[in-house]
Design a protein around this ligand. Structure first.
Ligand SMILES: [Zn+2]
Length: 431
C-alpha cells in the first residue's frame, strides 16, 4: 500500500505498545502495531518510541493584546486592574495593521510549539471594533496552519460600557464564533446577572456557543458561574458553554464549592483555567499566606466537569512574560493544582488536548483515529509523564498530513578536565 506519510514506532497516549501511523490525502489511513511489509510512503519518520499526540489547544488567549508589553508603559504593580488601565490607554491608538502583525507573530510561536487550535477573546469595547476587524482577517489568513475561534469579549462590561449591548451584537454580526461576557466586572451584582442573561440571549439569536470570563477575582462572594450553569440548563445549551477563569472558586467555602461543582457537571459547563495569569494576578490583596487563585481543577475533574487550559496573556499588560507554550502552561497547572499523582500527570495532558477539543467543540475531527484529519505532534519524549517533566521539543507538527512546523532540539555537553570531547547530558534516567 502506498501512503503519503508513515510514522513508525510511535507511542500513543494511554496505549500499550508502539504503533505505525500512515496518512493519505490529509487523513489518518491506518494505525496498527506494524504496517504490512509492502507499505511505503513518500516520507517516513522513525519516532523511535516517542510520544505522538493530537495537537495542543490554547482554549483561552487574547490575541489583540499579545506582544504589547511596555506600550505605552510597563505594569508597575503587576495587578489585573493596572493591566486593564494600561490596556484602556493603548486601545484607542490600535491600528488594524498593528493588531494583525502581533497576532500573526504570536500564532507562529504557538504553531511552532504544536498548538493548532486557538480560541481568542477579542475586546469589543471599542466603537470602531478595530481589533475585531483585524482578527477576523487573521482568522482567514492562518487557516493553513491554525484553526482560530474568536470570542466577542466585553473587557469593560456589557452594561457598564456605553453601547455595550450594541457592540456585542455588532461583533456577532461581523462574524464572531462565540459570545463572551464579564459578569464579575459589571458595576453591581444585578448588572452582572444581566450580563450573563444577555450573553445567552445573543447566543440563542445567533446560534453560537458561549465563553464568559467569569468570577476572575479572589472575592468569595463573586458568584456568577452559578448563573451561567442555571442559564445553560434552562436554555438547553449543555456542552456549548464555557466559564473561563472562575478563580473565585479557589476562595469559596467548601460547602458552596461542592454545590457549584455538582451544578456545573449537571449543566455540562466547561471550565477553562489559565495558570500563568491566575497565579500572577490573583492573591494580590493578600499578605501571607497568599492564595494561588487558580480554580479547583482537580476537584472539577473528579466531579466529571470538562476542564481545559489557556495561556491567556503573552507579553501583554497583564502578564509580561511567556512564549505561547501550552505544554509549559500544563506543567504549571500540574504544580499549582497538586496534580503530581501518577494518573493525575496523565490527566494534565488531556487539559491541553482532548478536554480542550471538547471545549472548542472540535472533537469530531480531533484525535489520532483512522478517518480523522492527520493533525498530530511528535514530542521528544516517550510518555506524558516525561513530556510534562521535560517540556521537550515538538519535533514535528503536522496539520492535515502536512508538516507545518519542526524543531531541532538543543544539545548539552559536559566537558571534564580529562575529557575535552565531552559527554552529552540527556536529562533522562539511564537504564
Ligand atoms: Zn482572559
Amino acid at each position: 500500500m502506498q501512503y503519503d506519510l508513515i510514522i513508525r514506532h510511535a507511542q500513543l497516549h494511554r496505549h500499550d505498545g508502539l504503533v505505525d501511523i500512515a496518512t493519505k490525502d490529509g487523513h489518518f489511513a491506518s494505525i496498527v502495531g506494524e504496517l504490512p511489509s509492502d507499505s511505503s510512503a513518500t516520507r517516513e519518520i522513525d519516532a523511535a518510541g516517542r510520544l505522538v499526540v493530537p495537537p495542543f489547544i490554547d482554549a483561552h488567549v487574547h490575541l489583540d493584546a499579545v506582544l504589547t508589553v511596555g506600550r505605552p508603559r510597563y505594569n508597575t504593580t503587576g495587578t489585573l486592574l493596572e493591566g486593564i488601565q494600561i490596556w484602556s490607554e493603548l486601545k484607542p491608538g490600535l491600528s488594524r495593521e498593528d493588531v494583525k502583525k502581533r497576532a500573526l507573530e504570536e500564532i507562529r510561536w504557538e504553531v511552532a510549539q504544536g498548538t493548532l487550535h486557538i480560541r481568542s477573546h477579542v475586546d469589543v469595547c471599542d466603537p470602531n471594533l478595530t481589533a475585531l476587524r483585524a482578527l477576523l482577517e487573521v482568522r482567514e489568513e492562518v487557516r493553513d496552519i491554525c484553526n482560530l475561534q474568536l470570542v466577542a469579549f466585553p473587557q469593560d462590561g456589557i452594561l457598564s460600557f456605553p453601547n455595550g449591548r450594541e457592540l456585542m451584537r455588532q461583533a456577532m454580526e461581523l462574524g464572531c464564533d462565540v459570545v463572551g461576557g464579564i459578569p464579575h466586572y459589571e458595576w453591581t451584582r444585578d448588572m452582572g446577572v444581566e450580563d450573563v442573561h444577555y450573553a445567552f440571549a445573543l447566543a440563542r439569536e445567533f446560534n453560537r456557543d458561549i465563553d464568559c470570563h467569569c468570577d476572575e477575582t479572589d472575592d468569595p462572594i463573586s458568584r456568577f458561574t452559578e448563573v451561567m450553569a442555571a442559564d445553560t440548563i434552562q436554555q438547553g445549551w449543555q456542552g456549548r458553554v464555557t466559564a473561563s477563569h472562575c478563580t473565585a472558586m479557589h476562595s469559596y467555602d467548601n460547602a458552596y464549592a461542592f454545590k457549584l461543582i455538582r451544578l456545573l457537571a449537571r449543566a455540562q459547563v466547561n471550565v477553562v483555567a489559565n495558570p500563568f495569569d491566575n497565579v500572577v494576578l490573583q492573591g494580590r490583596f493578600d499578605t501571607y499566606p497568599k492564595r494561588r487563585g487558580i480554580t479547583r481543577v482537580k476537584e472539577l475533574l473528579v466531579a466529571g466537569v470538562n476542564v481545559a487550559l489557556g495561556h491567556d496573556s503573552i507579553m501583554d499588560p497583564w502578564f509580561p512574560l511567556g512564549k505561547g507554550d501550552m505544554l509549559a502552561a500544563a506543567q504549571l497547572a500540574l504544580f499549582l493544582c497538586h496534580m503530581s499523582g501518577y494518573d493525575e500527570i496523565n490527566a494534565v495532558l488531556d487539559l491541553i488536548t482532548t478536554n480542550a477539543a471538547r471545549t472548542l467543540r472540535v472533537q469530531d475531527s480531533y484525535g489520532i483515529e483512522e478517518g480523522k484529519p492527520a493533525d498530530f505532534l511528535v514530542l521528544d519524549a516517550p510518555s506524558a509523564f516525561e513530556a510534562l517533566r521535560l517540556v521537550p521539543a515538538r519535533l514535528h507538527v503536522f496539520k492535515s498530513g502536512r508538516e507545518v512546523a519542526y524543531t531541532t532540539p538543543g544539545k548539552s555537553v559536559i566537558k571534564r578536565q580529562t575529557d575535552q570531547e565531552g559527554e552529552e547530558v540527556t536529562f533522562r534516567l539511564k537504564p
